[in-house]
Design a protein around this ligand. Structure first.
Ligand code: GLV
Length: 364
């Protein structure tokens, strides 16, 4: 840090992305940053927020704005949760432990990826806030059941099932870079079952791992299976269509994440903020709806709330915070979002997230 010029002090999430790019090895930065194929959905996730305009109220008595809310009945300090992202120790030696501590200090939920470099038991032991566990279904069902049981025993408060990856999206930088985990890093949650390392591959080692391990054939019966396996609420992540969203509710999910996996799976699928309104309307309050992908500003959070989300999730900015300054970097990223969100709420004339109305995106 000391050798950084003062002007490099980051004040927004874009600054963090730029600084992180300068600090991370190219292979690592590319892995975190890449989208699938031509990265059209990756760009659209961001640009769709930039197209939306906020039609603010005035004279609304904005003295005590409080961005606190709740998700799945758990109070959180703001409707901004930490999305599951893989392999945090490539960004910083403290990896997931730093990120979970920062999320706890920010008073929000940390969603731990199956693909973490730190075992879930260590992560929940370090947590001071709620941890949800993101699950990929492995071909080996005993291994999958074991992950769910371990998450329950470790104190996770929800299981987040990712459903947008029947095959792995092609992230071309990873193919070119022959992406692999740096020496000494593993998929630690899978160490007990011996599935912690990538196979040898001429392309992306992670894509080879996924092809070998994850069950691409999962269907609605597997959501039923998961809901029957666990007493924890199940959140389905990767839904972009109203009909699928309704089916999630019918099959026992308690929440969904409108997500296209950060533009990393099916390229040219819609931006998530564009997919959100129809999805949120279709579920008629039967489950909670969150959205991720492209959230970089407090105003983005207000837009997502206006279109029916209960909360947003942020992924890459947390990795950039980690890369720049470990736990302190993640804390700062979350503080920036909280301050920007409070300001955006006040400037729109809303004292709290649940006051946000659709017409702030345009009357009529
Ligand atoms: C992991 O979930 C990834 O998208 O690489």
């Amino acid at each position: 840090m000391d050798d950084q010029p003062k002007t490099a002090a980051p004040i927004n999430l874009f600054d963090y992305a730029q600084l992180a790019r300068g600090r991370l090895p190219k292979v690592v930065y590319d892995y975190y940053a890449a989208g699938a194929m031509d990265e059209i959905s990756l760009r659209e996730n961001r640009e769709a927020y930039e197209r939306l305009r906020l039609h603010y109220h005035v004279l609304a008595g904005m003295q005590n704005v409080d961005p606190a809310t709740s998700v799945l009945g758990q109070p959180v300090a703001m409707p901004v949760l930490v999305a599951p992202t893989a392999f945090h120790r490539m960004a910083h030696q403290d990896g997931e432990l730093a990120a979970v501590r920062a999320a706890g200090k920010a008073g929000t939920v940390f969603v731990l990826s199956t693909l973490s470099n730190t075992a879930m038991e260590e992560v929940t032991a370090a947590a001071t806030g709620p941890v949800w566990f993101q699950l990929y279904i492995y071909k080996d069902r005993a291994v999958t059941s074991d992950l769910v049981k371990r998450a329950e025993n470790a104190g996770a408060a929800a299981i987040v099932l990712t459903v947008d990856a029947p095959v792995w999206g092609t992230r071309e930088p990873d193919v070119r870079n022959q992406f692999n985990l740096p020496e000494g890093l593993f998929v630690e949650n899978l160490s007990p079952s011996g599935k912690q390392a990538f196979p040898k591959s001429a392309g992306s080692g992670l894509a080879a791992y996924v092809a070998q391990m994850f069950d691409g054939a999962i269907g609605w019966r597997d959501l039923d299976w998961l809901c029957a396996q666990t007493k924890l609420p199940v959140v389905v992540k990767g839904v972009c269509r109203p009909d699928d969203a309704r089916r999630c509710a019918d099959h026992g999910a308690k929440a969904i994440v409108v997500s296209n996996h950060g533009g990393r799976q099916l390229d040219t699928c819609p931006a998530t903020i564009d997919a959100l309104p129809a999805v949120a309307e279709s579920v008629q309050g039967k489950l909670e709806v969150y959205v991720d992908g492209g959230v970089r500003r407090g105003t983005d959070v207000v837009k997502a709330l206006a279109l029916g989300a209960r909360a947003v999730q942020v992924g890459r900015p947390v990795l950039w915070g980690l890369a720049v300054d470990g736990e302190a970097g993640v804390s700062h990223v979350l503080q920036i979002l909280r301050r920007e969100l409070s300001d955006a709420l006040a400037l729109c004339g809303y004292a709290a997230p649940d006051r946000v109305r659709r017409d702030v995106l345009g009357p009529g």
